[in-house]
Design a protein around this ligand. Structure first.
Ligand SMILES: Cc1cc2nc3c(=O)[nH]c(=O)nc-3n(C[C@H](O)[C@H](O)[C@H](O)COP(=O)(O)O)c2cc1C
Length: 314
């Protein structure tokens, strides 16, 4: 149970700011890393592998690996993502310190990342997927629990964390509704090494989300988030008011079809009626406790104060 050795001394908080489609871009990643938190983004936020390559040059130039927190790239490992091999080769060229894989945990990919000294964290929503990822040799497991933003799981963290901790000695992370330092301290007390935080970071000045999205998060309570497969093909959490604004009835959504849509499919064609992620916004139940849009620096300062106080009180 540990935070990776090579990251020691570079983190102010045991936190990975989770990759978010159409929200996390290089500027946000660099600001996050400079504030002592691991910054990440999905490679598919860039429309082409060439553009992705340029982004990695920009991030490398902007960060000092001796002092700044490491950065990570999220790869969606699925046959519906035609970019995965090409993006992996770009990551290899830049020796990206952390690869976060979603969907497929593949030992060849893990070996390739280890070959350049990188780490692989894999996100899972079930015990079976955790077992497969452990077999593939991943360094970290991200438990995406009930209520998380994006393609969340259904398992309560009080059940999920100890279940997986008992079978895994690597770095364990928890995703789902961590919104302040007390939540982070609670996750650590439960047995994880790091928090994996998405929704809270949407409401920062640096996040590329539109202002209407940030305002909707501030206005939303936990029951304004619905878990449905109708928007992106597989189950995820979405803001009910954004579904209504897109002209759909949240109580009568069309069936999802069970086919995962990668970034390309999620983006195109322009004008498609559902417009998942662009007009229909994903967020976790943690929206209930978000009331502002601080800078990332202010957010990390606040988290650090709360986390220190909560640990002292525990
Ligand atoms: C708007 C949004 C977009 C997301 N896009 C991705 C993505 O492209 N790839 C991915 O692995 N996870 C994605 N996620 C999930 C997050 O990486 C993370 O698992 C989740 O946000 C953690 O839960 P929390 O939002 O409750 O903090 C997304 C989440 C949100 C809210």
């Amino acid at each position: 149970m540990a935070i990776p050795q090579q990251w020691q001394g570079r983190l102010r908080l045991p936190v990975v700011a989770a990759p978010m489609f159409l929200v996390s871009f290089p500027q946000m990643v660099m600001t996050t890393c400079k504030n002592g938190v691991v910054g990440t983004f999905p490679s598919l936020n860039q429309r082409s592998a060439e553009g992705f390559d340029d982004w990695l040059f920009e991030i490398e130039e902007g960060l000092d690996p001796a002092v700044d927190a490491p950065y990570g790239v999220n790869l969606i490992v699925n046959r519906n993502n035609p970019r995965v091999e090409e993006d992996l080769q770009v990551c290899k060229k830049h020796q990206v310190p952390l690869i976060i894989t979603s969907l497929g945990a593949i030992s060849e990919l893990v070996d390739e990342v280890h070959g350049w000294g990188g780490l692989v964290f894999h996100d899972v929503t079930t015990r079976r997927h955790a077992e497969k990822a452990i077999e593939a040799g991943v360094d970290g497991l991200i438990l995406v629990s009930a209520g998380a933003g994006g393609h969340a799981g259904r398992i309560n963290p009080f059940a999920f964390v100890p279940e997986i901790r008992a079978m895994f000695d690597g770095t364990l992370l928890l995703g789902g509704c961590i919104g302040d330092g007390r939540g982070l301290a609670a996750a650590r007390a439960l047995g994880v090494d790091m928090g994996y935080i998405g929704t809270r970071f949407i409401n920062t000045q640096e996040a590329a989300a539109p202002d209407e999205f940030k305002d909707m998060i501030i206005a939303a309570g936990s029951t304004d988030v619905i878990y449905t497969d109708a928007i992106s093909g597989v189950h995820g959490n979405f803001l009910k008011p954004s579904i209504v604004a897109a002209g759909l009835d949240p109580e009568n959504l069309p069936p999802g079809g069970g086919k995962y849509k990668t970034g390309h499919e999620r983006r195109a064609p322009e004008g498609e009626e559902r417009k998942a992620w662009k007009n229909i916004w994903s967020a976790g139940q943690g929206v209930a406790n978000i009331t502002d849009v601080p800078t990332i620096g202010e957010l990390v300062d606040r988290f650090e104060r709360e986390y220190t106080a909560a640990r002292g009180a525990a």
